[in-house]
Design a protein around this ligand. Structure first.
Ligand code: SIN
Ligand code: FE2
Length: 214
């Protein structure tokens, strides 16, 4: 009895801040469709480690799909319509991913979200992502929709100033986190991924962040 009450509670949307909502397990019903959609994307635009503007190698490996993709090099951070590795347009956003992003945004209170970009991040055990803001998109009026797959992570949800205290938010396979409105420019990051083997994705975490970038 107690266990089933907890299960029920765990799958309810959780409002973490005024415009930040965690949707536990929201992507679980479509995980296989997402993975089917990502396979050709990653064949056309393989994982790579980009350089920060300061010349450091990013620990997270990344790719993109959509009409725009996020890149980093010695000229800075920005969105581009083509993959610098291949010179070709980024692969199309898989329909299942586009639909999931709109449904999750609507469930979190953002009814008209249509993503045009998806940053695909790859974490190995030990990989972390330092605190940053997502601010390279043209219009910050649109939310960010973040889908977690594979190994669990601890997401750091900060404030609007880098020095603000952070809250630790555990993210599991299938969870979707949405932030927008007055929370859109909150600093955020990911603690080092703990060693482990996920039954479906193995020794890795994959995070998909869907944005309206253009
Ligand atoms: C990001 O901030 O781009 C990714 C966040 C995450 O991996 O959960
Ligand atoms: Fe981010």
């Amino acid at each position: 009895m107690i266990q089933s009450d907890l299960d029920l509670f765990d799958t309810q949307p959780q409002r973490l801040a005024s415009h930040t909502v965690l949707l536990p397990g929201f992507a679980l019903p479509v995980v296989e469709q997402l993975l089917d959609g990502l396979r050709p994307v990653l064949r056309a635009a393989p994982w790579r480690h980009m350089q920060t503007p300061g010349g450091l190698r990013m620990a997270v490996a990344l790719s993109n799909c959509g009409s725009l993709g996020w890149i980093s090099d010695d000229h800075g951070y920005r969105y581009t319509p083509t993959d610098p590795l291949t010179g070709k347009p980024w692969p199309e956003l898989p329909a299942a991913l586009l639909e999931l992003a709109s449904a999750a945004a609507a469930a979190a209170g953002f009814p008209d979200f249509i993503a045009d970009a998806c940053l695909i991040n790859h974490y190995l055990p030990g990989t972390r992502l330092s605190l940053h803001q997502d601010r390279d998109e043209r219009d910050h009026g649109h939310p960010i929709v973040s889908v977690s797959l594979g190994l669990p992570a601890v997401f750091l949800l900060g404030g609007l100033q880098r020095a603000d205290r952070t809250r630790r938010v555990p993210l599991s396979h299938g969870d979707v986190l949405v932030w927008g409105g007055e929370d859109r420019l909150r600093f955020h990051g990911v603690l080092p991924i703990k060693p482990g083997v996920h039954p479906r994705l193995g020794e890795r975490r994959v995070n998909l962040t869907l944005r309206k970038a253009g």
